[in-house]
Design a protein around this ligand. Structure first.
Ligand code: CAA
Length: 240
């Protein structure tokens, strides 16, 4: 029977590429989104995935979203914690809201989404949790104390959770994408972005599909021995 995947932030950017790939792999896929109805409709129509609205920063929303997906598609076998936002700015200019919003959406979300699915995965003896961190959680980035902290947090979360579930057939891994050609990266000031691309040894931004390929592997049967791993997909920009 087809496995069920839930991809947060699944209607745009890297998340959408992941959904497309998992559908092609034969999984039943649900894409979480928070507010962009047009992107959600397009995703549902073009990829044929279930779309579920909710704020990953809210535990109640995540519980409700998982319940909806379970009722419609079945228990979640593959969770991709991908949803993320930026609120860039130097710390000395950063508001508490800029800080806490990023921590809630990018890091608290890992607990909020994983807690409702992990017991079922353990009981069934199979599960895949794939967290999408960032190169900037590994190396830090000017203007991103909030984002770098949250993304680094996902790496620690992954390692601890992988150890807790290794004997239960549940693997937990984290991917750290570099700069990928998405709306989020396009929002970086042009001159700053030009400098960043200049520092990527392969000489270009990454593609969502390149992240999706790794998710596809980690979500599959053949990846059972890969757990607790931090995978850097960044065109050589940072060699962790
Ligand atoms: N390193 C060191 N100093 C820097 C710097 C850098 N990378 N960038 C800017 N500065 C310096 C500037 O030279 C300037 O110095 P002076 O005051 O001495 O002239 C000072 O910092 C202020 O610069 P700005 O006027 O540009 O400051 P700002 O407050 O308007 O903006 C910023 C600063 C928010 C950091 C802005 O430069 C920015 O948005 N940078 C991009 C940050 C980034 O890479 N975000 C990634 C988004 S994509 C993503 O997050 C996806 C992923 O996972 C990779």
């Amino acid at each position: 029977m087809a496995r069920v995947a839930f991809v947060t932030g699944g209607t745009r950017g890297i998340g959408r590429a992941i959904c497309e790939r998992l559908v092609a792999d034969g999984l039943k896929v649900a894409a979480g989104y928070s507010g962009n109805e047009a992107a959600a409709e397009a995703c549902a129509k073009e990829l044929g995935v279930m779309v579920v609205k909710g704020n990953v920063g809210s535990f109640e929303d995540c519980q409700a979203a998982v319940a909806k997906v379970t009722a419609e598609l079945g228990p979640v076998d593959v969770l991709v914690n991908n949803a993320g936002i930026t609120r860039d700015g130097f710390l000395h200019k950063m508001s508490y809201e800029q800080w806490s919003e990023v921590i809630r959406v990018n890091m608290d979300s890992a607990f909020n989404m994983t807690r409702p699915v992990i017991e079922g995965m353990r009981e069934r003896g199979w599960g895949r949790i794939i967290n999408i961190s960032s190169i900037n959680g590994q190396k830090g980035q000017v203007g991103q104390t909030n984002y770098s902290a949250a993304k680094a947090g996902l790496i620690g979360f992954t390692k601890a959770l992988a150890l807790e579930n290794a004997k239960k057939g549940v693997t937990v891994n984290v991917i750290c994408p570099g700069y990928i050609d998405t709306e989020m990266v396009a929002a970086v000031p042009e001159t700053v972005l030009a400098g960043i691309i200049g520092g990527i040894p392969v000489g270009r931004l990454g593609k969502g599909e390149e992240i999706a390929d790794m998710v596809s592997f980690l979500a599959g049967e053949r990846a059972g021995f890969v757990t607790g791993a931090t995978l850097s997909l960044n065109g050589g920009q940072y060699l962790a």
